[in-house]
Structure formats: C-alpha cells, structure tokens
Design a protein around this ligand. Sequence first.
Ligand code: MTE
Ligand code: MO
Length: 512
Amino acid sequence: MSPTTGKSSRVGPVRAALAGLVAAGLALGVAELVAGAIGRAVAPAIVVGGAAIDRTPRWLKEFAIEQFGENDKNVLLTGIFVTVAVLAAVVGVIAGRHRRVGLVGAALLGVVAAAAAATRPQAHIIDVVPSLVAAVVAVVALAGLLSVSAPGRSAEGPGRRAVLLTSGLAVAAGFAGVAGRRLQNLRTDVAASRRALRLPAPTTAAPALPPGAMLDVNGVSAFYTAPADFYRVDTALSVPRLTTDEWSLKIHGMVEREITLDFDDLLARPIVENDITMTCVSNEVGGGLVGTARWLGVELAPLLREVGVDPNSDQLVGTSVDGMTIGTPVSALMDGRAAMLAIAMNGEPLLPQHGFPCRMVVPGLYGYVSATKWLVDLELSRFDAFDPYWVRRGWEQQAPIKTSSRIDTPRPLARVKPGKVAVAGVAWAQQRGISKVEVRVDGGSWQEAELSARVNDDLWRQWVWTWDAAEGSHTLQVRATDREGELQTEDRAEPFPNGSSGWQSIVVTVGA
Ligand SMILES: Nc1nc2c(c(=O)[nH]1)N[C@H]1C(S)=C(S)[C@@H](COP(=O)(O)O)O[C@H]1N2
Ligand SMILES: [Mo]
C-alpha cells in the first residue's frame, strides 16, 4: 500500500527510534496540558490505564496486588509508559523506512487512547480531545524529526539541525507535561478545598470510650487507624479530584421526590459521629485490608425517608465521580445501623484517597457493596435490574462481613525469646460483635484471650494472650466467636466471591 520511502529520506533505526520516543513524549506532554486546560483527568496514560484495570482478569489483578500491594497502580502506570516507549520506538523505526505507514501507526496510537477516553464511565465527549491532540502532535513531530534526520543529499548525514530539534522537542515535552500536571492541580485544588473545610461539631457525638477499650500491648493494631495508614482499595489510577464547591449528590430513581444536595446542604443536616471498623472483601486471612475510624457525617436512613423510597426498591446504587458503581441493600440501610455519608475520619476531612469530600460508610458490609468514595449519585434501584461494577465481575451481590480474627504480634516467622510472650491482635464481626477470642499453640487446647472492652458491635476488639513460650518452632492459631455465639468458621475460603474465611495460623521460632 505505502511505497517504500525514497532512499534519500530514509532514517536509520537508531535515529528513527529516538524520533519516535521524542514525538511520543511531546504528544503525551501536550496531552497533559490539554487535559489541564479542559479540567478533566483524561490524559492518555490515565484513560488507557483505567480501561486496562476494568478489563484485567481477576487472577491478574490478584497477582498484581499480591506482588505489588498498594504500589500496584504505580506498577501499572510504569508498565503503560514502558509499553508506550517501546511502541513509539517501533513506530519511529517503521516510519524511518516507510514514512506513511509509520505516521499512520503514530496516529492510531492516539486514536486508541481516544477510544479508551470515550468509553470510560462518566466520559464526556470532550475527553477524547487530549488523545486526539496527542495523535496530531505525534504525527507532526515525528514527520518533522524524521525529515531533519534524513541524510538527504549530504554525505555526513543529519547535522546540527536534527540534534537541535530533537533536544528542543524533548525539553518541550517535559515542560508541557509538568505544566499540564500543575494546571490540573490548580483547576481543582483539592488540598485547598480540604484545608478550607471547617468540620461541624457533631449534633450526636460518639459515646466516650469505656475504660479498657484500648489495650496497651506492643505491636497490636491501634484501636483507631490513622487515616494515612488506613488501607486503600479502589480502581482509580489517579485519585479523583473533587472539591466541596463542585460536589453535589443527587438521590433519585425509585423515589417519590428526588433531591440534589450540595455540600452546604449536607453540613446543614444533623451531624453524627460513629465508630466503625471497615473491611475489604479482598482481605486474605491475616491480611491488612481492615481499619477503624471515627466517622463524621450525615445519617443515610433519614435522607432515604425524606425522598420516599419505593417499597419495591431493594438496592441503592452509589456512583462515584469516576464512575465506580456500588450496590447496597436498602434493607441494611433502613434497619437502624449507623449507615452514613461520611465527610471526616478521626477528626479530619477525608483524605483524597479515602473519598474526599464525601463517601458512604455502612457497618457490617464489605466496602465493595457499601463504601462508595467520591460519591456523587445515589439511585434507588433493584438487584434484578442493575449489576454494579464488582457484581458484573462475579463477586456476590450481597456480602455481609465474616467473623475474622488476626494475630498482629508476634509477626509470622518472627523469632522471640523464651518465656512470657504477648500474643495479640484484633478480631471483628461488624453488626454481630465479638464475644470471645481463643488462641492455641501447636494444635493444643484453646486458650481464652483477654479482650479490650466492648464499645459497639460495629468495631473490632483487640485481644491479648500471654504465652509461656518454650524453645523451638511453634504454630499459633486464633479464632473468634461473635456475640450471637457463632464460632468463626475453620473452613478456608479465598476472598472471591464473598470474602475469605478460616483460622489464621502462623509459625514462630522461640530461641534465646
Ligand atoms: N469510587 C470508589 N469507591 C470505592 C472503591 C472504588 O474502587 N472506587 N472501592 C471500594 C472498596 S472495594 C473498599 S474495600 C473501600 C475501601 O475504602 P478505603 O480505600 O477508604 O479503605 O472503598 C470502596 N469504595
Ligand atoms: Mo473492597
């Protein structure tokens, strides 16, 4: 189809690859700038990454989280940039020989990114613009770089002009990228919005903690998890940016009167404070995807009563600004539990990564069926009418939290001194509460641990048991019982499709 480029304008593979890289860099940099100018987080790498996350099979997602943990998103972004670099170099080399084929290739990469932008949830037609601009920039820059790099008639090959243009465009790429990011921060200054937010005093404060609610044991999880240490689980490649000024929440669907609240409306409502332990369905036995906070916000049940929920509606679908959908049973929201729209965690506005300015929190349900972050829309619907994001991926529609217990100290495979060793951790069974935690060594008889004082049944309890440790290698096991008298199941289950189960077991070495 495309004729081979004439000899005099052919460019050798090394120079052509470099031209491809610089053209791609400039294209991505300019795209950041355009994304900043239109005030949308739709730079090509972000939209392609987001599309990739939504299409990643579960085994690969689990592998990535296992390997990279909370770094999984940075690893993905790095992977995207490396892929783009390789493709850009290949396109450059092709264009060096077959100019038109290569330039079409460059344009196609931009079009693929534009397609990803257009198919993101919450996509706006304008979202394709940064990627399309990137396509044009890539084509023009690549053509220009190759033409100055071509040996032409001169025998010495490309000279100063090529070097100047290449380095000039590379610098421009960097500037555009940095300026684009700055612009995006300026346009939606989440940090400033967060600083400016004066938290209201609770109309109904959380009751004071009883004595003994927190155990003083080295190595046990803090009763309240510091927000910065609180586990983070979401599909957002870049943390969605939403200020209190931009925020609004529409409650609609199967209701008598739909309403839209802005942030002042929210603050004007009675403010409640609840201590709640939150858990992720993806938490493995012994894992860290659980945390406790004092949440400040607005009760959901009165709001739902105000809009008049159709009795046939059984699912409340929360949607975030980045298009995540999460479905919660209406019955759970109306049964008197402390379900809320939260704006603060442990006395400070939500951190951006935990859903600033407003998220849902519902005790007793895993986060993927209750805890929409960056919440902007609540639709009353039916379970048989709409499958939210995770349900479409095979996770159970409804998922109450399973009774779980964890050993925080000693750590697995730790080496401890013989004699008295504090074995301690946390146990949770939100809504039912924890009544007992037991520990056993090497499959011996179960020993009852001391529990922190009960605060409410939506909170974890810390526990400690003093072990008289003899030298050697030993297995420690833990199990909890809820306040209904139900023992934590020994049956091992993986997190998919409705949460892990089984007793945690660790091996430690006792030696001088
Ligand atoms: N917008 C949005 N909200 C979300 C998620 C998400 O991916 N996007 N993940 C959910 C899941 S699976 C959990 S466990 C909790 C985690 O909240 P955290 O990151 O504040 O701990 O948020 C929930 N809310
Ligand atoms: Mo989760």
